[in-house]
Ligand binder design. Structure first.
Ligand code: SAH
Length: 396
């Protein structure tokens, strides 16, 4: 096996069980390895600390599979890791019954570059690193055996694959497309999941708990749901008894699915739902000019800052929507605001929201901090896993 030799003193993060080895900490590769091959990781003095997947074209030169230098990285290894990840979900009552659940959350489940989401009896995987790509067969077989699911679809079309020198690839790896559309029950609401052309693996599972929270807050409230996608938040608000839910998204196809989702739920008061295809930045301004008011405004935008590099521009975008969101709130109203940008930490996000509140001249208080749910755990050794942060803020 080839050996990746670290520069002197560059083993500190490894000793803290952080799984990434950046190009700047690598001295050399001794021996030969192709992208995705397993290599031993050794300190400058020759002590082997871990086994990792080699990825020569990425700034993250290697991702650790195991911090036990004697552990074989083979089919059985993936079976163990997949089984452990699935067992962790099964151990949590709130997740056990979910039809839509993230089974593997990449680095945070000890499987860098591997995402697996289960929708009923279909599993959708996304492989984003050279190592994960290499072990596709073992990962798929393990998921099949551990979950019993007979249908596995690959959605490896994320842009980050390019950084690892990988081409996009999608398709059924096990079984065929189901005869009927895939749907899941989420907090009592039926939602369609388009695994082939929806966002990510078809659905934003990470917001499940936050959508339920909105439902709990929405009784007799007028709600504005910005960046609604397929109406996850909107339908929970309707289920919770909102008097009106206005949903805005710039994607026509997302709004078509949103309305189909509403139709899948005849128990909901469809006449209370209003759909608007528009750019949220513009739409919020127009609503302000028109003097509109809402009791709750939800802001769940796409990733404005994929990395810290984009933080400044992204900050301006977050500030803009939060500022206008605050301005639309009725007295005592709630802003439910999120950032899923890895490049914007919680502290910075809170600063941006505080700045937005200040600029409106309104007093506002955080009544709850929000995050992704338990099937998107954050390994304490891997803070990068904490991408989704949110605040529930009440204005005077
Ligand atoms: N809240 C959703 C997920 C939002 S994903 C849920 O719970 O499922 C982000 C959404 O923002 C996408 O649907 C995308 O189409 C939309 N979007 C991106 N930029 C936008 C813009 N400038 N204006 C309006 N919608 C936008």
């Amino acid at each position: 096996m080839a050996q990746l030799i670290l520069q002197a003193g560059k083993e500190k993060s490894l000793l803290r069980f952080h799984p990434w080895l950046f190009a700047g900490s690598v001295d050399e590769l001794e021996g030969r390895a192709r992208p995705g091959d397993t290599v031993d990781v050794a300190t400058a003095s020759g002590k082997v600390l871990a086994r990792a997947a080699w990825s020569p074209s990425s700034q993250i030169r290697a991702r650790v599979w195991s911090f036990d230098p004697d552990e074989s990285i083979d089919h059985a290894f993936f079976k163990r890791r997949v089984a452990a990840a699935v067992a962790r979900r099964a151990s949590l009552p709130a997740l056990r019954e979910q039809q839509g659940v993230r089974l593997i959350h990449a680095e945070s489940d000890g499987l860098p570059g591997v995402i697996a989401d289960r929708y009923g009896d279909t599993v959708v995987i996304q492989l984003t690193s050279a190592g994960a790509d290499k072990w596709r067969g073992a990962i798929v077989d393990s998921l099949h055996r551990v979950t019993g699911c007979a249908r596995i679809y690959e959605r490896s079309d994320s842009e980050v694959r390019g950084l690892e020198g990988l081409e996009p690839t999608s398709g059924w790896l096990l079984g065929d497309a189901p005869a009927n559309e895939i749907t899941i029950d989420e907090n009592g609401v039926r939602m369609a999941v388009d695994v082939v052309s929806g966002h990510k693996t078809g659905f934003y599972l990470d917001q499940r708990d936050n959508r339920r929270l909105l439902g709990e807050l929405a009784r007799d409230k007028r709600v504005l749901n910005c960046f609604c996608y397929t109406a996850g938040f909107s339908l929970q608000a309707l289920a919770g008894g909102a008097t009106e839910v206005v949903s805005v998204d710039s994607s026509g196809p997302a709004l078509v699915t949103a309305q189909r989702n509403l139709a899948l739920n005849p128990q909901l008061a469809a006449e209370r739902a209003i759909w608007h295809e528009a750019d949220v930045f513009t739409d919020l301004r127009e609503r302000r000019k028109a003097g509109e008011q809402f009791d709750i405004v939800v802001l769940d935008p796409p990733k404005f800052a994929p990395s810290a590099h984009h933080a400044e521009r992204a900050s301006r975008a977050y500030k803009d929507i939060n500022l206008n969101g605050f301005r639309l709130l009725a007295p005592g109203g709630l802003l439910m605001t999120y950032s899923c940008s890895g490049g914007i930490g919680l502290e910075l996000f809170q600063k941006i929201v505080a700045g937005a509140a200040r600029d409106t001249g309104r007093t506002a208080r955080i009544v709850q901090r929000l995050q992704g749910c338990a099937d998107h755990p954050i390994d304490l050794a891997f803070p990068e896993g904490e991408y989704l942060k949110g605040l529930l803020v009440q204005v005077d």
